[in-house]
Write a protein that binds this ligand. Structure first.
Ligand code: FMN
Length: 354
């Protein structure tokens, strides 16, 4: 049986993300060093009725792949967890952070933060059902008036969770405000299981700061890896990577190839590749060549919270890659399909096989 403590200790993990955590993108992040990968959120009620199956697939390179489940019925979650393990999940994560109305109105996701006892009962039932590592993902609380991550984490630990992921925002907060790492730090003081800190990590300097200021030793990365999948290599080595325009094209090309391999080369498959590439470009175009000085100047907030003013950029290729414009994203997609860009033939070995 896996040593659950070791499994969740000192890791930099890719966060569960609807859409963003699609299989080809996880494969890319894994190449860049993501130590754990996780499925998009799987709704347990749908799963046990035969739905959600494609979300449970993983690529062979994802040796430490987990499946995230969302639900509020103990037996359904337990059955879903057994199915996840049968599908090859090396760990199961329970989602107690989803803020979406559709989910919380039914009493699932972040709504369970309001009912720590019920949440603990769910953890205990799933714990009984499976013998792979079990994590729970929570937020700091439901609202700023109801910050209770420490209590929830303690309940989850007592009920048998092996790790707790804390996203330092309440359900009510969107991404406007920075994540509150003091709550994450408090949880790390309060429980003995590994805590994965989550919120606003995008540069090696963010990671260094959180390591220095808290006891947190494991981290979960979401938007940071949507903006730059190579963030994992940067976080693991402590060194920023400043890719050239050609290297950035090569990264996009690699994703496109993985997507084409997964979705297929026919019209339907290419349609899905298009949908996902365009989706990812909403994040990719936000990449900037930030320096340590930029990081320092932006404290106490992380650079991920920065909203860029459009810059004057001379280089046309550079301008295209930074463009938020959908028409430009379509141009990029067409060039990927046609292999008509400066990334053709550019090797990424230096970054992906370190
Ligand atoms: C596009 C997107 C989809 C997400 N989907 C999920 C999800 O399915 N399950 C989940 O627990 N969190 C989900 N999240 C939240 C992230 O896992 C993470 O907690 C949050 O973005 C904070 O981390 P960050 O500051 O590194 O982005 C999603 C976030 C994004 C940006």
């Amino acid at each position: 049986m896996t040593d659950a403590r070791a499994f969740f200790t000192d890791v930099v993990a890719m966060a569960p993300m609807a859409q963003g955590g699609n299989l080809p993108y996880r494969r890319l992040c894994r190449e860049f060093g993501a130590e754990l990968t996780c499925s998009e959120m799987v709704v347990a009620d749908k799963l046990v009725k035969g739905g959600e199956r494609p979300l449970m697939r993983h690529h062979p390179s994802e040796e430490t792949f987990g499946i995230q489940l969302c639900g509020k019925r103990p037996e359904t979650l337990a059955e879903g967890a057994r199915m996840a393990v049968a599908q090859g999940a090396r760990f199961v994560d329970l989602n107690f952070g989803c803020p979406i109305d559709l989910i919380t109105r039914r009493g699932s996701g972040a709504a369970l933060l309001k009912k720590p006892r019920k949440l603990a009962q769910l953890v205990a039932t799933v714990r009984e059902a499976i013998d792979v590592p079990l994590s729970v993902k929570i937020r700091s609380g439901w609202t700023e008036q109801r910050i209770n991550a420490v209590d929830v984490a303690r309940e989850a630990e007592a009920a048998g969770a092996d790790a707790v992921v804390v996203h330092g925002r309440t359900r009510a907060q969107r991404y406007k405000k920075s994540a509150d790492w003091s709550v994450i730090a408090d949880v790390a003081e309060a429980v003995t299981i590994p805590v994965l800190g989550n919120g606003d990590i995008m540069t090696p300097w963010d990671l260094e700061r959180r390591r220095r200021e808290t006891r947190v030793r494991s981290f979960l990365i979401a938007r940071g890896c949507l903006i730059k999948p190579w963030v994992f290599r940067e976080l693991l080595t402590g060194e920023p990577w400043r890719p050239t325009v050609a290297e950035r094209w090569a990264v996009m090309q690699r994703y496109f190839e993985f997507a084409r391999e997964y979705f297929g080369d026919d019209e339907k498959g290419l349609g899905r590749c298009h949908r996902f590439v365009i989706w990812h470009l909403h994040f990719w175009h936000r990449w900037r060549d930030y320096t340590r000085a930029d990081f320092d100047a932006h404290l106490p907030d992380s650079l991920i919270q920065r909203r860029e003013d459009p810059r004057e950029i001379d280089d046309a290729e550079e301008r295209l890659l930074m463009s938020p414009d959908e028409a430009d994203h379509e141009v990029i997609f067409e060039r990927l399909v046609g292999g008509d860009h400066p990334g053709v033939g550019v090797g990424l070995e230096r970054m992906i096989s370190a």
